[in-house]
Design a binder for this molecule. Structure first.
Ligand SMILES: Nc1ncnc2c1ncn2[C@@H]1O[C@H](COP(=O)(O)OP(=O)(O)O)[C@@H](O)[C@H]1O
Ligand SMILES: [Mg+2]
Length: 280
């Protein structure tokens, strides 16, 4: 699914009405099947932008297009159908604690099932092999019948991602998918996610705190700062200087063991040297 934001502004629903919007003047266009990572310091508006794209938050200014339609101009029925073709993976997936992992994963398919199929699936999960395959990609094949509340935070996060892979969503929006994972698990999870999205030709937009992972796995990087677009570039053009600038007021969020000293003078022209960096 192709998505576009035109000059969008939005604020968190709990934010004071007179507070500055969390995103403002944000315009981006992502083509069908593209994979994009959104990076930036905490508070930059990454989650807010994702919620606007998921039609979970109505922009206070500007316009959004999903597959050439403005979701906020649709009837509530049409909007519900459209939401069924999107998948938003929250940073902490809201999984019912007593549910079995298989049921939690297959809940991702509910929007594409009829009412009767949905009710039936509560008692007899359909598509068991689909859930098993998705879980295997995240190295959770042995957890199929475990209860969600017996899983670690990292396992729960991966169950939330596996859920995304069983949906028929054309747009996968993933918020900080690696926040509870160690580096090895992170590599595996991000590969599973990007491969799964590519196989299904779904558009994938992920916010990421791990800059190195974003640069390695995503061909395009959007940098957000103070709710506005700082840059929108192919990952091989994202230089250490740009990253320093992006995290300027929050450099403590960016640790770079082998970060070359930024050269702001020729930042725009030079091809990007290899960057190794980690964000806390
Ligand atoms: N729960 C909340 N209540 C009120 N305001 C919030 C809340 N969450 C976020 N905000 C506001 O939205 C801004 C952007 O937040 P967010 O989109 O979560 O940024 P990011 O995901 O980049 O860390 C914050 O700086 C804050 O002003
Ligand atoms: Mg966030």
């Amino acid at each position: 699914m192709r998505v576009k934001l035109f000059d969008c502004a939005a604020r968190h629903p709990a934010a004071a009405p007179d507070s500055p919007p969390a995103i403002r003047g944000l315009s981006i266009a992502v083509e069908s099947g593209e994979q994009v990572a959104v990076i930036g310091p905490s508070g930059a508006g990454k989650t807010t932008a994702l919620h606007v794209l998921a039609c979970a938050l109505k922009p206070t200014a500007g316009r959004i297009e999903l597959g050439d339609r403005d979701p906020w101009q649709l009837s509530s029925r049409e909007l519900r159908t459209l939401r069924g073709s999107l998948f938003l993976a929250a940073q902490v997936p809201p999984l019912p604690p007593r549910q079995r992992v298989v049921t939690a994963v297959l809940a991702g398919r509910l929007p594409s099932l009829s009412l009767w199929q949905s009710v039936r699936s509560l008692f007899y999960p359909m598509g068991m092999s689909l859930a098993a395959d998705a879980l295997a990609r995240f190295d959770l094949a042995d957890k199929l019948f475990d209860r969600v509340d017996r899983l670690s935070g990292g396992e729960r996060q991966r169950v939330g991602l596996a859920r995304g892979l069983v949906t028929s969503a054309e747009l996968l929006l993933v918020d900080e998918p690696l926040s509870a994972l160690d580096p090895t698990r992170s590599e595996q999870a991000i590969s599973a996610l990007t491969d799964g999205a590519r196989e299904r030709r779904a558009t994938l937009i992920a916010t990421l705190h791990q800059v190195e992972t974003a640069l390695k796995h995503f061909p395009r990087i959007i940098g957000l700062r103070d709710g506005a677009l700082a840059f929108d570039l192919p990952s091989n053009q994202v230089t250490p200087a740009l990253l320093h600038e992006l995290y300027a007021q929050k450099l403590h969020e960016l640790t770079a063991p082998s970060l070359p000293t930024p050269n702001f003078a020729d930042n725009a022209a030079a091809p990007a040297p290899p960057v190794v960096m980690y964000c806390r």
